[in-house]
Design a protein around this ligand. Sequence first.
Ligand code: QAP
Ligand code: CO
Length: 171
Amino acid sequence: MQLPIITYPNKLLKSISKEVTVFNEQLHCILDDMFETMIQSNGIGLAAIQVALPLRLLILCIPDNEGEQTRDNLLEILNPIITNTKGTTIYQEGCLSVPGFYEDIERFETLTLTYQNRHGENCSLEADGLLAIAIQHEIDHLDGKLFIEKLTYNRRKKFEKEFKRALKEKK
Ligand code: QAP
Ligand code: CO
């Protein structure tokens, strides 16, 4: 079942999400619905708070070499903790909760992550490239942060201007 995605400036996006402690069928339904929602919306990453659930979980599905997004390259990351980082990199980010706006954002280039999977099993991974960027973007959502909050003053003003214009055009 597809879930509605909440968008800026919905205040729920500022929530500090809570740790997942119960790994039951209901949780698995949420994860499956989030996957469907993300794919239908042409996303590569989605945090639970974007579908109004304040839980520390996120999903990522980076397209493979053929540009396909399948369950084979789906990552379900619960209660993530970044334990190590290296370097910095800049990438033009977007967000399903800030549709139509893209800006360059600086992130760590590589990272080590510990987390739990949908069964509550402890996992870890090392990431670089787009995956490392996406993980940081999604973890920010768990802490109530959007990528537009990382913009410089002038870029943020550019965003506010474009946002107001888009609002007017919708009316
Ligand atoms: C986060 O973002 C991300 O504006 C995932 O109209 C972004 O899936 C991680 C999307 C960049 C790493 C790099 C955005 C779809 C999808 C839009 C997304 C839109 C349609 C964003
Ligand atoms: Co986002």
